[in-house]
Design a protein around this ligand. Structure first.
Ligand SMILES: [Zn+2]
Length: 78
């Protein structure tokens, strides 16, 4: 298992997620983001707005994903 924080995944807090694969990690981060969105957490809403802009540029989005995947791969297993 590898551990990453919400912040490391482009979020806004220090909550940690544990997953075996990068895809699972992104899934956990998304689910948490959705919960924060429903709670109207200001810090998360802000980063989500920024992410929305990023999503309009598929190339930038891909680059972002690749960078995060490399970060994930570089983290030692727990
Ligand atoms: Zn968070």
């Amino acid at each position: 298992m590898k551990t990453m924080t919400c912040k490391q995944l482009g979020g806004a807090c220090d909550k940690t997620f544990q997953a075996e694969t990068f895809n699972d990690m992104v899934g956990l981060s998304k689910r948490h983001g959705m919960e924060m969105f429903l709670q109207e957490d200001a810090a998360h809403l802000k980063v989500m707005n920024e992410a929305k802009e990023l999503m309009q540029k598929p190339e930038e989005m891909l680059k972002w994903f690749k960078t995060k995947e490399e970060e994930f791969n570089a983290i030692p297993n727990d």
